[in-house]
Design a protein around this ligand. Structure first.
Ligand SMILES: C[S@@+](CC[C@H](N)C(=O)[O-])C[C@H]1O[C@@H](n2cnc3c(N)ncnc32)[C@H](O)[C@@H]1O
Length: 284
């Protein structure tokens, strides 16, 4: 997969451009790689290929302390050679969605796009209503990107997404960025961030034991989350299915990108992306 830099590099257009860390470049490469394989590979088999971005952002991002502006997940998904049949973008920040909508109208006026403003965990029914109904004459396959700042995605949302639907998921789990730093806060009985993320009220007891056994928190949460995904029939090939992204400054693990599918083809695509990105090359 050789891409021209125009796919990733962008310019200031006067609309909202949030700042990100430099490791975002690597994330965008991975997201774009998977989108290209999925949208082209599935084109002939599925009548409706749907892209959902639950934490869509505004379509562009600026690398912190630089003037480098990149197309972010939502615009990258529109830039694939074989566009999806429908796009559903959700963001809690109205300004992000307004900027994204203007950009899409300018660059991709004929694409089929729905916008939802609000917390994706609360708006999940509205999001699901935007997915066409499946029938044998009108089959539907969905790819959903989940890219929050922290562990704020709720397991119940992921469960609802996949109920009676085929949905492949690429989930950014900000273990290092969020879970690890805030563990002392989250471990308190009155904090339910990790309870909601795992859909489990009883993780604390297991964590206390695992911590004593020397397990690190990232491994613990990744294992707990993977086991929960298995309970939803995302059961195959879930071992070693993540890409770990490290911060450039301290080389600390910041987040894992984890992929889940109910079908082996999804994992074939993901394996290609993983092999290509395991030793990240940050040149666009
Ligand atoms: C890490 S940014 C990801 C943006 C984008 N995917 C990208 O490629 O850069 C997270 C985004 O999620 C939005 N957000 C935060 N909490 C949210 C929630 N509960 N539901 C939907 N969007 C949310 C933020 O406004 C922000 O734009």
């Amino acid at each position: 997969m050789n891409y021209t830099s125009e796919i990733f590099l962008s310019k200031d257009d006067g609309l909202l451009i949030p700042e990100i860390g430099s490791w975002g470049e690597n994330k965008y490469q991975i997201i774009y790689d998977y989108n290209v394989l999925f949208s082209t590979g599935m084109k002939k088999i599925w009548h409706n290929r749907i892209y959902i971005d639950l934490y869509s952002g505004s379509g562009k991002a600026r690398i912190r302390n630089t003037n480098k502006i990149l197309n972010s997940s939502a615009l990258l998904a529109l830039k694939v050679p074989d566009q999806y049949d429908k796009y559903i973008f959700c963001d809690i920040d109205e300004n992000n969605i307004n900027s994204l909508q203007k950009r899409v109208n300018n660059e991709f006026p004929s694409s089929n796009v729905s916008y939802i403003i609000g917390d994706c965990n609360k708006k999940i029914d509205d999001i699901l209503n935007e997915i066409p109904t499946y029938s044998t004459n009108n089959n539907v396959l969905t790819f959903c990107l989940i890219d929050p700042f922290s562990l704020e995605i709720e397991f119940e949302t992921i469960k609802k997404l996949g109920e009676n639907r085929l949905v492949d998921l690429l989930i950014l789990l900000a273990f290092g960025m969020d879970g690890k730093r805030n563990i002392n806060l989250y471990i308190k009985e009155n904090n339910n961030r990790i309870d909601n993320f795992l859909g489990l009220p009883d993780w604390r007891e297991r964590w206390i034991i695992e911590e004593k056994n020397g397990t690190n928190l990232v491994t613990f949460l990744a294992n707990e989350f993977t086991n929960k995904m298995k309970s939803l029939n995302y059961s195959r090939y879930t071992i070693n299915n993540y890409i770990s992204i490290r911060s450039d400054e301290k080389n600390l693990p910041l987040y894992h990108l984890m992929f889940f599918s109910k079908h082996p083809t999804g994992y074939k695509f993901w394996e290609k992306v993983r092999k290509r990105n395991i030793e990240p090359e940050l040149e666009f």
